[in-house]
Write a protein that binds this ligand. Structure first.
Ligand SMILES: Cc1ncc(C[n+]2csc(CCOP(=O)(O)OP(=O)(O)O)c2C)c(N)n1
Ligand SMILES: [Mg+2]
Length: 431
């Protein structure tokens, strides 16, 4: 009896500074969305390109919960939806984008798994794209802007702000990674490199991306970079590392890397059946699933079993409601999509945006409407920058010229028309 009276149950002591209920809810929500896409929306052909974040979710959500400064910004990649959920992105927007629906922040323009989230109430997510490594230098730019506002404009709102970039173990072999690392460390920028090391870039093991497969170990002697590294599936360790790394960047105004190892519990994308992994390896990955670890960490220390189940049900309910809302949205029409792209961008940065939208995209000859629309945009962009009466020398080929020609032929000349490629090069070097 005496023994029983003094025996204290073994309990975890989760950090009170973490809102664990929110973390658990969001992990359940991320899982519910992944499962809904895999089991229903992909077979229904509502979602065509699906990426599961399963295994990466808890770490990202812990990170997102620490991005609480409205001047913070993050930039992720196609596996970053859990982070976006933690930043507060509308669930129907997240799902609707993957379904190419109208509305939301992308109005059907994105491939779905990439996001942008100009968040007026908190940390924003910079526009992402599918190019591996493309996320790094824009994030360095944000970090540089933070420092400009802090030290030149002297706006105290930026005193503790940071920029965080998310990337996989494959992305550390990209130009963007090394460029941003150089910028952030030579300029001492408040930038956190959050590396989710799942051991693979599609089917390629991380040992092909960096010697030994551990970028944090390899950068140990890199000057001006504080390194944090650990297990992204262990709730206590991941929460502590996220805390330490974000606090370091905020307080020291200097860059850091946080590398968390995580299992990729699904194929690279839905289509990938992972035949390059042995069944034993896949099993060992599932043994590292952070969700059951989170449950045993929180129940009963923070939540009862019933509360845990209720969070899961609530998250499923939210995912279902978001699905109904997203499906009720019309499919975004290409014409409308183009209008929205140009007009919304024009509101932010008129000239640069017009140049980028109107001039960089190649017109598609078989789509006469799109061809004409492209031509009209280029004409408008030119009108902003070139005098209406100025003579024009057109160096572009026929595909690009044709949609503009009726409007410019009176003042345009095409000096390289009819020349072969070698003659064109000669003309260009002579003129
Ligand atoms: C510039 C560029 N090169 C190649 C690809 C093709 N690609 C898509 S995902 C991927 C692997 C990236 O792996 P990692 O960074 O580890 O992220 P993970 O998918 O494992 O989360 C590659 C090579 C691409 N999208 N962009
Ligand atoms: Mg990877």
């Amino acid at each position: 009896m005496a023994t029983a009276a003094i025996k204290t149950p073994l309990r975890n002591a989760p950090d009170d500074n973490v809102d664990w209920k929110r973390v658990a809810y969001l992990v359940h929500l991320s899982r519910a969305l992944d499962k809904m896409e895999e089991t229903r929306l992909v077979p229904e052909k509502e979602v065509l390109y699906q990426f599961s974040a399963r295994g990466h979710d808890m770490g990202q959500i812990l990170l997102g919960c620490r991005l609480d400064n409205p001047q913070d910004a993050s930039c992720g990649y196609y596996r970053s939806r859990p982070l976006l959920l933690a930043l507060g992105v509308d669930v129907a927007d997240a799902l609707g984008s993957a379904m190419g629906r109208a509305g939301g922040y992308s109005d059907g323009r994105d491939i779905g798994v990439v996001f942008n989230f100009p968040n007026p109430n908190g940390a924003s997510a910079l526009p992402m794209c599918g190019g591996v490594g493309a996320q790094y230098t824009p994030t360095a730019g944000w970090a540089q802007a933070i420092e400009y506002y802090r030290t030149v404009v002297k706006d105290p709102a930026y005193d503790k702000a940071l920029a965080v970039v998310l990337g996989g173990d494959g992305s550390v072999a990209s130009n963007g990674f090394w460029a941003a690392l150089t910028i952030a460390t030579t300029q001492k920028l408040p930038m956190l490199f959050y590396i989710e090391d799942n051991g693979f870039g599609i089917s390629v093991p991380s040992t092909f991306q960096t010697p030994g497969g551990n970028i944090a170990a390899n950068l140990a002697s890199w000057k001006g970079l504080k390194i944090f590294s650990g297990d992204g599936t262990d709730p206590a360790e991941a929460a502590r590392l996220v805390d330490e790394a974000t606090a370091y960047v905020r307080d020291e105004r200097a860059p850091a890397m946080l590398r968390l190892t995580v299992p990729r519990l699904q194929g690279h994308s839905f289509q990938d059946t992972q035949t390059y992994k042995s069944p034993e390896f896949v099993e060992s990955e599932w043994a590292r699933d952070p969700l059951p670890k989170l449950k045993s960490y929180l129940v009963p220390a923070v939540l009862s079993d019933a509360e845990w189940d209720k969070l899961e049900q609530d998250a499923q309910g939210a995912a279902e409601a978001a699905c109904v809302e997203a499906k009720a949205r019309p499919v975004s029409l290409p014409e409308k999509r183009d209008e929205k792209t140009s007009s919304s961008k024009a509101r932010c940065r008129p000239k640069a945006a017009w140049r980028c939208t109107a001039m960089s995209r190649r017109p598609r000859p078989r789509k006469a409407g799109a061809h004409r629309l492209w031509g009209a945009r280029v004409i408008e962009a030119m009108a902003e920058q070139i005098d209406a009466a100025a003579p024009l020398i057109v160096l572009a080929g026929r595909n690009y010229r044709d949609p503009l020609w009726p409007q410019i032929e009176r003042r345009a000349s095409v000096p390289m028309e009819g020349l072969g490629i070698g003659q064109q090069l000669a003309w260009l070097s002579d003129n």
